[in-house]
Design a protein around this ligand. Structure first.
Ligand code: F0G
Length: 416
């Protein structure tokens, strides 16, 4: 039977138990299926006839058959072959998996549709999360869809405006904590432990990871059941890279793909405990006490799923890299101008990381690379405006517009 299992001591818990950490050793949990459970689901259900989306994979999700789904139509995002960016970077085979195309504009929707569906299945009436922005936007939307109460804790002054507006308009109770994300997370963990009627939907919740694993499935399907050589992904709290890896391994074990990609995590230089641990070949991360980066989404110093992420990177033969704020902003602009894909700064770190890995000779010419861009650029309009050319104000006259564009006066007047 499908169950929850501690990633360390392997203690098991029922799929219907509300538990966030192992009661024996305190480590985090994951959803596990028995050997043939997924294989049977893959063979007996008609999932392949369903449109590309998170719920195409319903037989691979730990949700009861009779449960009503809380959905806004998530997943099925574009995998864009990026020829112009290939030319710019000097590689041959790059795809951008653009998660900004999800209903609330980030990959978090994949986890939230499953997480909030599970919350309702468990009878929860009040959900909570700590967030750098996107998780709160997604949770607020899905809680609204389900008609349940939602509370979000965000670091005061350090969340992009688009995301804040989403949490607010969907009716969540928004608490701005005078501290960083890691501190906010500590508070929601305490609240969920002591107030058992509040259900926690941060990415330590294994049901969220189940939704997000569909990102790994989808990439393989969009490449005709072939995994790429490498997947490059921005890393913050480290849930997503763990989820994508879980999905890929499940597809591999089902025989749906023949090889696995190298998982490559990118962190902002000022918030990079996982990348540092990978580079130092260390067993543990050293949390960053005062994380800083313009990419506020990944401004996280003590990633809760670090063990899963380090394992995904090592097991897959991948790597991790850090990128500076300047490199992130440069990559954001390049992607917007060369491919027409507008992503928020944290998302652009995958492109910035790719650039660096090419320069270092880690990524070579004909590798098939998928860069995941995690959130839409409209999430953070301030940063986009700050680094772009200012609009030019002109008089409402054709001559002023021509002058501003540097156009010569036409010498022929066309008849109307
Ligand atoms: N990219 C974006 C745009 C994000 O919002 C996040 C995380 C990540 C990457 C990193 O993903 O945490 O799974 O490693 N945002 C969380 C939030 C922390 O609260 O919205 P991760």
């Amino acid at each position: 039977m499908v169950h929850q299992e501690c990633i360390n001591c392997k203690t098991t818990y029922s799929i219907n138990e509300v538990v966030y950490f192992c009661k024996k050793c305190g480590d985090i949990l994951e959803v596990k299926y028995e050997a043939d459970e997924l294989a049977e689901a893959a063979q007996t259900s008609d999932w392949k006839t369903k449109p590309l989306s998170v719920w195409r994979y319903r037989p691979f999700m730990p949700i009861h058959e009779s449960t009503k789904l809380v959905t806004l139509g998530e997943g099925g995002t574009g995998l864009h072959h990026s020829e112009r960016l290939c030319n710019e970077l000097g590689i041959k085979n790059l795809y951008v998996k653009n998660e900004g195309e999800n209903p609330t504009g980030s990959f978090k929707d994949r986890g939230m549709t499953v997480g909030v569906t599970k919350a309702v299945e468990l009878g929860a009436r009040h959900v909570i999360c700590a967030s750098t922005g996107n998780t709160s936007a997604a949770l607020a939307a899905y809680a609204a869809r389900a008609g349940i109460r939602c509370t979000v804790l965000i670091p005061s002054g350090k969340i992009a405006y688009g995301k804040l507006s989403q949490a607010m308009i969907h009716g969540a109770k928004v608490l701005q904590v005078k501290g960083n994300f890691d501190e906010a997370l500590e508070f929601v963990l305490k609240l969920a432990e002591t107030h058992r009627d509040i259900y926690l939907l941060n990415s330590i919740n294994p049901f969220r990871i189940e939704g997000q694993k569909s990102l790994g499935y989808e990439i393989c399907e969009q490449l005709n059941y072939e995994a790429p050589d490498r997947i490059i992904i921005p890393v913050g709290n480290a849930g997503n890279i763990s989820a994508v890896w879980k999905g890929l391994k499940e597809f591999y074990e089902l025989g749906l793909i023949k090889k696995l990609p190298k998982m490559t995590g990118i962190q902002a230089a000022g918030s990079a405990p996982i990348a540092q641990a990978i580079k130092a070949n260390a067993d543990k991360i050293v949390p960053v006490e005062h994380p800083e980066t313009i990419a506020t989404a990944i401004r996280i110093g003590a990633p809760v799923s670090w063990k899963k992420a380090v394992n995904a990177i090592r097991e897959s033969g991948g790597t991790a890299e850090t990128v500076t704020d300047d490199e992130i902003l440069d990559a954001q602009k390049t992607l917007a101008r060369v491919e027409g894909i507008f992503v928020e700064p944290a998302s652009a770190s995958s492109i910035a990381g790719l650039k660096k890995l090419i320069r270092r000779g880690v990524v070579v010419g004909d590798e098939k690379v998928v860069c995941i861009t995690t959130g839409h650029g409209l999430k953070d309009p301030d940063t986009a405006i700050k680094q772009s050319e200012k609009p030019i104000e002109v008089d409402a006259e054709i001559s002023a517009i021509e002058a501003a564009l540097g156009l010569k006066k036409p010498n022929v007047v066309l008849a109307r």
